[in-house]
Design a protein around this ligand. Sequence first.
Ligand SMILES: [Zn+2]
Length: 257
Amino acid sequence: MRYNCCSQTFTISRTADKWYVSFTIKADKIPPLYHSVSETIGIDLGVSTFATLSDGTVYQLPNSLKKAKIKLGKLQYRHRNKQLGNKKLGIKSSKNAQKFYRNQAKKHADIAQRRRDFLQKTTTEISQKYAHIRIEDLNISGMVANHKLASSVVDSGFYEFRRFLTYKSSIYGTIVELVDRWYPSSKTCSRCGHVQPMPLQARVFVCEACGNNCNRDLNAAINLASVSKNRVRMASPELTPDQEKEPTPYADTGNKF
Ligand SMILES: [Zn+2]
């Protein structure tokens, strides 16, 4: 398809030896879409299952992404003693060390790309299908500020998932709401409302009051969907797509060249 347009601003960026050009064009707004599901849907995000929806739909991180992460971990372990030299101490970096760091940066970029692709596809699919979406309001900025938690949170993609869903709400006409982060979605029975302690490793919620037996994530997702209005607020896009700055877990390694 040929397409003529003119754009005034280009942004050129570089990530691990690859150059990217991004630009914006003026285009007509996509007409409001018809959502096949109008009921409120709750989404529970987790480490073992990426996203569980209150209707039972499950999204898993692609295997290729998991494999790429394991490969990178092995590579890093094998080269754990490589040093990139030190200007102050007058130590030169070896050719092999340079090669390793460049390779590592490339792999990090590849993983980030795959994760982003997965998150974009998933959030588009959800935004097209469901009219009314509820997710937990995790204190992500606080978690990212905490250095120990930062990499695992950024890495898991929760932050971007929520951000993508929120900015896509204006494109697809969805309502995205955040549930108060103190609401005990995992500890509440989705059938009778009974609240009980729930150990982190327990995968099934077995209600002490009514005997309800439900997958942990699904139980939480149903609770998020049915929580009372006073624990819910509208999600506001903190960043628009063109202002977006992707959190780069590999910033430490990517800047060495
Ligand atoms: Zn119960």
